[in-house]
Ligand binder design. Sequence first.
Ligand code: SF4
Length: 350
Amino acid sequence: MTNTIFSKTLINWYIGIKRELPWRKTKNPYRIWISEIILQQTRVAQGYDYYIRFINRFPDVKSLSEAPEDEVLKYWQGLGYYSRARNLHTAAHQIIKKHNGIFPILYKDVLALKGVGEYTAAAICSFAFNQPYATVDGNVYRILSRLYDIDLPIDSNEGKKYFAVLAQQLLSKNDPATHNQAMMEFGAVHCLPKNPACNECPFQEKCIAFANGSVIQRPVKQQKTEVKNRYFNYFHIRLGENILLNKRTGNDIWKNLYEFPLIETSEKLEFNSLSLSEDFQKMFSGINNISFSLKQRDIIHVLSHRRIITNYYEVTVSGLNDCLKQYLCIPEKEFEKYAVSRLVHLLVSE
Ligand code: SF4
Protein backbone atom coordinates (compact mmCIF):
# COMPACT_ATOMS: atom_id res chain seq x y z
CA MET A 1 0.00 0.00 0.00
CA THR A 2 1.51 3.36 -0.98
CA ASN A 3 1.60 6.15 1.56
CA THR A 4 -0.85 8.20 -0.54
CA ILE A 5 -3.43 5.41 -0.62
CA PHE A 6 -2.96 4.75 3.07
CA SER A 7 -3.41 8.39 4.04
CA LYS A 8 -6.41 8.96 1.75
CA THR A 9 -8.20 5.88 3.04
CA LEU A 10 -7.48 6.86 6.62
CA ILE A 11 -8.61 10.48 6.23
CA ASN A 12 -11.81 9.43 4.38
CA TRP A 13 -12.65 7.08 7.20
CA TYR A 14 -11.96 9.84 9.77
CA ILE A 15 -14.08 12.47 8.06
CA GLY A 16 -17.02 10.05 8.18
CA ILE A 17 -16.87 9.40 11.92
CA LYS A 18 -15.07 12.42 13.40
CA ARG A 19 -16.03 13.41 16.96
CA GLU A 20 -16.27 17.15 17.55
CA LEU A 21 -13.91 17.97 20.40
CA PRO A 22 -12.96 21.50 21.47
CA TRP A 23 -9.22 21.01 21.00
CA ARG A 24 -9.82 19.85 17.41
CA LYS A 25 -11.46 23.15 16.50
CA THR A 26 -8.48 25.27 17.45
CA LYS A 27 -5.08 26.02 15.98
CA ASN A 28 -3.97 27.65 19.23
CA PRO A 29 -0.76 25.80 20.22
CA TYR A 30 -1.28 26.54 23.94
CA ARG A 31 -4.72 24.89 23.95
CA ILE A 32 -3.51 21.97 21.87
CA TRP A 33 -0.61 21.50 24.28
CA ILE A 34 -2.91 21.49 27.31
CA SER A 35 -5.28 19.00 25.67
CA GLU A 36 -2.45 16.69 24.67
CA ILE A 37 -0.98 16.66 28.17
CA ILE A 38 -4.39 16.04 29.76
CA LEU A 39 -5.17 13.24 27.33
CA GLN A 40 -1.95 11.35 28.07
CA GLN A 41 -3.06 8.48 30.33
CA THR A 42 -6.62 9.88 30.43
CA ARG A 43 -9.72 8.93 28.44
CA VAL A 44 -11.40 11.64 26.37
CA ALA A 45 -14.64 11.40 28.39
CA GLN A 46 -12.79 12.12 31.64
CA GLY A 47 -10.31 14.60 30.16
CA TYR A 48 -12.99 16.78 28.53
CA ASP A 49 -14.27 18.41 31.74
CA TYR A 50 -10.75 18.91 33.06
CA TYR A 51 -9.74 20.58 29.81
CA ILE A 52 -12.68 23.01 29.91
CA ARG A 53 -12.06 23.92 33.57
CA PHE A 54 -8.31 24.27 33.06
CA ILE A 55 -8.64 26.49 29.98
CA ASN A 56 -11.28 28.67 31.65
CA ARG A 57 -8.98 29.33 34.60
CA PHE A 58 -5.66 29.38 32.69
CA PRO A 59 -6.56 30.61 29.18
CA ASP A 60 -2.99 31.33 28.09
CA VAL A 61 0.68 30.87 28.92
CA LYS A 62 0.77 34.06 31.00
CA SER A 63 -2.08 33.11 33.33
CA LEU A 64 -0.62 29.63 33.81
CA SER A 65 2.85 30.94 34.57
CA GLU A 66 1.51 33.48 37.09
CA ALA A 67 -0.60 30.97 39.05
CA PRO A 68 0.81 29.34 42.19
CA GLU A 69 1.76 25.70 41.65
CA ASP A 70 -0.65 24.63 44.40
CA GLU A 71 -3.54 26.05 42.39
CA VAL A 72 -2.44 24.33 39.18
CA LEU A 73 -2.27 21.03 41.07
CA LYS A 74 -5.72 21.65 42.52
CA TYR A 75 -7.13 21.98 38.99
CA TRP A 76 -5.41 18.67 38.17
CA GLN A 77 -6.73 16.86 41.23
CA GLY A 78 -8.17 13.46 40.29
CA LEU A 79 -6.42 13.19 36.92
CA GLY A 80 -3.37 11.43 38.33
CA TYR A 81 0.21 11.58 37.01
CA TYR A 82 0.70 14.94 38.71
CA SER A 83 4.15 15.45 37.21
CA ARG A 84 2.22 16.45 34.08
CA ALA A 85 0.74 19.46 35.87
CA ARG A 86 4.05 20.43 37.49
CA ASN A 87 5.77 20.20 34.10
CA LEU A 88 3.08 22.34 32.43
CA HIS A 89 3.66 24.99 35.03
CA THR A 90 7.45 24.86 34.61
CA ALA A 91 7.14 24.92 30.82
CA ALA A 92 4.89 28.00 31.00
CA HIS A 93 7.75 29.77 32.84
CA GLN A 94 10.19 28.53 30.17
CA ILE A 95 7.99 30.06 27.42
CA ILE A 96 7.82 33.38 29.26
CA LYS A 97 11.58 33.50 29.77
CA LYS A 98 12.93 32.07 26.53
CA HIS A 99 10.22 32.99 24.04
CA ASN A 100 8.80 36.22 25.52
CA GLY A 101 5.56 34.43 26.34
CA ILE A 102 4.91 33.39 22.72
CA PHE A 103 4.44 29.68 22.16
CA PRO A 104 7.41 28.39 20.12
CA ILE A 105 6.86 27.28 16.52
CA LEU A 106 10.01 25.24 15.84
CA TYR A 107 9.78 21.53 16.64
CA LYS A 108 13.12 21.60 18.49
CA ASP A 109 11.94 24.47 20.72
CA VAL A 110 8.63 22.74 21.45
CA LEU A 111 10.49 19.52 22.25
CA ALA A 112 12.71 21.43 24.70
CA LEU A 113 9.72 22.36 26.88
CA LYS A 114 9.55 20.52 30.18
CA GLY A 115 7.35 17.43 29.95
CA VAL A 116 7.08 17.53 26.14
CA GLY A 117 8.31 14.39 24.43
CA GLU A 118 8.53 13.54 20.74
CA TYR A 119 4.89 12.52 20.55
CA THR A 120 3.55 15.74 22.09
CA ALA A 121 5.93 17.96 20.09
CA ALA A 122 4.77 16.26 16.87
CA ALA A 123 1.11 16.66 17.89
CA ILE A 124 1.50 20.39 18.66
CA CYS A 125 3.58 21.17 15.54
CA SER A 126 1.27 19.27 13.21
CA PHE A 127 -2.10 20.33 14.72
CA ALA A 128 -1.22 23.98 15.32
CA PHE A 129 1.24 24.70 12.50
CA ASN A 130 0.56 21.87 10.00
CA GLN A 131 4.21 20.81 10.13
CA PRO A 132 5.00 17.30 8.80
CA TYR A 133 5.78 15.42 12.02
CA ALA A 134 4.11 12.04 12.60
CA THR A 135 2.69 11.39 16.05
CA VAL A 136 3.65 7.94 17.33
CA ASP A 137 1.75 6.74 20.38
CA GLY A 138 0.32 3.41 21.54
CA ASN A 139 -2.50 3.68 18.99
CA VAL A 140 -0.06 4.15 16.14
CA TYR A 141 2.13 1.24 17.28
CA ARG A 142 -0.92 -0.99 17.34
CA ILE A 143 -2.25 0.05 13.93
CA LEU A 144 1.09 -0.21 12.14
CA SER A 145 2.17 -3.46 13.81
CA ARG A 146 -1.11 -5.00 12.60
CA LEU A 147 -1.25 -3.51 9.13
CA TYR A 148 2.27 -4.78 8.40
CA ASP A 149 2.25 -7.70 10.87
CA ILE A 150 5.43 -6.45 12.56
CA ASP A 151 6.66 -8.48 15.52
CA LEU A 152 9.45 -6.12 16.61
CA PRO A 153 8.79 -5.25 20.28
CA ILE A 154 7.44 -1.70 20.51
CA ASP A 155 9.35 -1.13 23.76
CA SER A 156 12.75 -2.01 22.24
CA ASN A 157 15.03 0.68 20.79
CA GLU A 158 15.00 -1.07 17.44
CA GLY A 159 11.20 -1.26 17.45
CA LYS A 160 10.76 2.38 18.42
CA LYS A 161 13.05 3.55 15.61
CA TYR A 162 11.40 1.26 13.07
CA PHE A 163 7.87 2.43 13.86
CA ALA A 164 8.91 6.09 13.97
CA VAL A 165 10.39 5.84 10.45
CA LEU A 166 7.38 3.93 9.12
CA ALA A 167 4.89 6.42 10.62
CA GLN A 168 6.85 9.31 9.11
CA GLN A 169 6.91 7.62 5.67
CA LEU A 170 3.14 7.10 5.73
CA LEU A 171 2.34 10.63 6.90
CA SER A 172 0.44 12.86 4.51
CA LYS A 173 2.75 15.79 3.79
CA ASN A 174 -0.22 17.85 2.52
CA ASP A 175 -2.36 17.50 5.59
CA PRO A 176 -0.31 16.10 8.48
CA ALA A 177 -2.72 17.54 11.05
CA THR A 178 -5.75 15.61 9.82
CA HIS A 179 -3.64 12.51 9.14
CA ASN A 180 -2.31 12.45 12.72
CA GLN A 181 -5.77 13.09 14.20
CA ALA A 182 -7.20 10.32 12.03
CA MET A 183 -4.48 7.87 13.04
CA MET A 184 -5.13 8.41 16.74
CA GLU A 185 -8.88 8.23 16.30
CA PHE A 186 -8.59 5.03 14.27
CA GLY A 187 -6.64 3.43 17.12
CA ALA A 188 -8.97 4.82 19.79
CA VAL A 189 -12.30 3.74 18.30
CA HIS A 190 -11.68 1.19 15.53
CA CYS A 191 -8.46 -0.82 15.66
CA LEU A 192 -8.95 -1.47 19.38
CA PRO A 193 -6.59 -3.55 21.53
CA LYS A 194 -9.10 -6.32 22.30
CA ASN A 195 -11.98 -6.09 19.84
CA PRO A 196 -10.83 -4.42 16.64
CA ALA A 197 -13.63 -3.87 14.13
CA CYS A 198 -11.89 -5.86 11.38
CA ASN A 199 -15.12 -6.74 9.60
CA GLU A 200 -15.93 -3.10 8.88
CA CYS A 201 -12.34 -2.00 8.35
CA PRO A 202 -11.33 0.01 5.28
CA PHE A 203 -7.89 -1.64 5.47
CA GLN A 204 -9.08 -5.20 5.84
CA GLU A 205 -7.85 -6.34 2.41
CA LYS A 206 -4.42 -4.82 3.00
CA CYS A 207 -4.02 -5.73 6.67
CA ILE A 208 -1.35 -8.43 6.89
CA ALA A 209 -2.03 -9.40 10.53
CA PHE A 210 -5.70 -9.90 9.59
CA ALA A 211 -4.66 -12.18 6.73
CA ASN A 212 -2.22 -14.05 8.98
CA GLY A 213 -4.65 -14.39 11.92
CA SER A 214 -2.20 -12.59 14.24
CA VAL A 215 -4.18 -9.43 15.04
CA ILE A 216 -4.50 -10.08 18.76
CA GLN A 217 -0.77 -10.88 19.08
CA ARG A 218 0.10 -7.40 17.77
CA PRO A 219 1.78 -5.30 18.97
CA VAL A 220 4.52 -7.27 20.71
CA LYS A 221 6.01 -6.02 23.99
CA GLN A 222 9.18 -7.41 25.50
CA GLN A 223 8.71 -6.41 29.13
CA LYS A 224 5.87 -6.70 31.53
CA THR A 225 5.70 -3.86 34.01
CA GLU A 226 6.45 -5.14 37.50
CA VAL A 227 3.90 -3.87 40.02
CA LYS A 228 5.22 -3.47 43.57
CA ASN A 229 3.21 -3.19 46.77
CA ARG A 230 3.58 -0.23 49.14
CA TYR A 231 1.93 -0.10 52.55
CA PHE A 232 0.57 3.25 53.75
CA ASN A 233 -0.90 4.13 57.13
CA TYR A 234 -2.59 7.52 57.04
CA PHE A 235 -3.50 9.43 60.21
CA HIS A 236 -6.24 12.03 59.93
CA ILE A 237 -5.23 13.88 63.09
CA ARG A 238 -7.66 16.35 64.67
CA LEU A 239 -6.68 18.97 67.20
CA GLY A 240 -9.89 20.80 68.02
CA GLU A 241 -11.17 22.32 64.76
CA ASN A 242 -7.83 21.81 63.03
CA ILE A 243 -6.16 18.95 61.19
CA LEU A 244 -2.58 18.20 60.18
CA LEU A 245 -1.35 17.97 56.59
CA ASN A 246 1.92 17.12 54.96
CA LYS A 247 3.17 18.43 51.63
CA ARG A 248 4.90 15.59 49.76
CA THR A 249 8.39 16.40 48.55
CA GLY A 250 11.28 14.44 47.09
CA ASN A 251 11.37 12.24 44.05
CA ASP A 252 8.34 10.11 44.69
CA ILE A 253 4.71 9.81 43.63
CA TRP A 254 2.37 12.78 44.21
CA LYS A 255 5.18 15.31 44.63
CA ASN A 256 3.89 18.64 46.01
CA LEU A 257 0.42 17.27 46.75
CA TYR A 258 -0.96 17.29 50.29
CA GLU A 259 -1.79 14.28 52.44
CA PHE A 260 -2.37 13.28 56.04
CA PRO A 261 0.62 12.37 58.20
CA LEU A 262 1.83 9.06 56.84
CA ILE A 263 3.77 6.09 58.11
CA GLU A 264 4.89 3.81 55.31
CA THR A 265 5.87 0.28 56.27
CA SER A 266 7.61 -2.45 54.29
CA GLU A 267 4.81 -4.91 55.00
CA LYS A 268 1.21 -4.86 56.12
CA LEU A 269 0.99 -4.13 59.87
CA GLU A 270 -2.02 -4.30 62.15
CA PHE A 271 -2.40 -1.49 64.67
CA ASN A 272 -0.73 -3.37 67.56
CA SER A 273 2.45 -4.03 65.56
CA LEU A 274 2.38 -0.60 63.95
CA SER A 275 2.14 1.11 67.35
CA LEU A 276 5.41 -0.56 68.39
CA SER A 277 7.32 0.73 65.36
CA GLU A 278 9.91 3.47 65.71
CA ASP A 279 8.09 5.83 63.32
CA PHE A 280 4.84 5.52 65.24
CA GLN A 281 6.55 6.13 68.58
CA LYS A 282 8.25 9.20 67.18
CA MET A 283 5.03 10.57 65.69
CA PHE A 284 2.87 10.14 68.79
CA SER A 285 5.18 9.92 71.81
CA GLY A 286 4.48 12.25 74.74
CA ILE A 287 0.89 13.07 73.77
CA ASN A 288 -1.69 12.50 76.45
CA ASN A 289 -5.39 12.01 75.70
CA ILE A 290 -5.00 10.47 72.28
CA SER A 291 -7.50 8.19 70.57
CA PHE A 292 -7.21 6.13 67.38
CA SER A 293 -10.02 4.75 65.28
CA LEU A 294 -9.38 2.58 62.21
CA LYS A 295 -11.83 3.97 59.65
CA GLN A 296 -10.79 2.02 56.56
CA ARG A 297 -8.48 -0.94 56.13
CA ASP A 298 -6.67 -2.49 53.18
CA ILE A 299 -7.84 0.09 50.66
CA ILE A 300 -6.11 -0.83 47.42
CA HIS A 301 -5.11 1.97 45.06
CA VAL A 302 -3.41 0.97 41.83
CA LEU A 303 -0.93 3.18 39.99
CA SER A 304 1.04 2.19 36.88
CA HIS A 305 3.95 0.59 38.78
CA ARG A 306 2.63 0.48 42.32
CA ARG A 307 -0.21 -1.02 44.30
CA ILE A 308 -0.76 1.04 47.44
CA ILE A 309 -2.44 -0.74 50.31
CA THR A 310 -3.71 1.68 52.91
CA ASN A 311 -5.07 1.70 56.42
CA TYR A 312 -6.73 4.96 57.35
CA TYR A 313 -7.03 6.08 60.96
CA GLU A 314 -8.82 8.99 62.55
CA VAL A 315 -6.92 10.33 65.52
CA THR A 316 -7.87 12.90 68.13
CA VAL A 317 -5.12 14.62 70.09
CA SER A 318 -5.15 17.21 72.84
CA GLY A 319 -1.78 18.71 71.93
CA LEU A 320 1.17 18.37 69.56
CA ASN A 321 4.64 16.99 70.18
CA ASP A 322 7.74 18.20 68.29
CA CYS A 323 7.20 15.70 65.50
CA LEU A 324 3.58 16.70 64.86
CA LYS A 325 4.44 20.41 65.09
CA GLN A 326 6.36 20.00 61.81
CA TYR A 327 3.14 19.39 59.90
CA LEU A 328 0.92 22.06 58.45
CA CYS A 329 -1.96 22.76 60.88
CA ILE A 330 -5.06 24.00 59.03
CA PRO A 331 -8.75 24.50 59.88
CA GLU A 332 -10.47 21.29 58.81
CA LYS A 333 -13.11 23.24 56.90
CA GLU A 334 -10.37 24.50 54.56
CA PHE A 335 -9.24 21.00 53.59
CA GLU A 336 -10.99 21.25 50.19
CA LYS A 337 -8.65 24.04 49.15
CA TYR A 338 -5.66 21.70 49.12
CA ALA A 339 -4.68 19.51 46.17
CA VAL A 340 -4.60 15.88 47.27
CA SER A 341 -4.17 12.55 45.52
CA ARG A 342 -7.21 10.57 44.43
CA LEU A 343 -6.45 8.10 47.22
CA VAL A 344 -6.64 10.75 49.96
CA HIS A 345 -9.74 12.19 48.34
CA LEU A 346 -11.40 8.75 48.39
CA LEU A 347 -10.46 8.15 52.03
CA VAL A 348 -12.22 11.27 53.23
CA SER A 349 -15.19 10.84 50.87
CA GLU A 350 -16.21 7.38 52.14
FE1 SF4 B 1 -6.94 -3.13 12.66
FE2 SF4 B 1 -8.48 -5.22 11.95
FE3 SF4 B 1 -8.36 -3.07 10.42
FE4 SF4 B 1 -6.26 -4.68 10.58
S1 SF4 B 1 -8.25 -5.20 9.74
S2 SF4 B 1 -6.23 -2.44 10.66
S3 SF4 B 1 -6.39 -5.27 12.72
S4 SF4 B 1 -9.20 -3.16 12.49
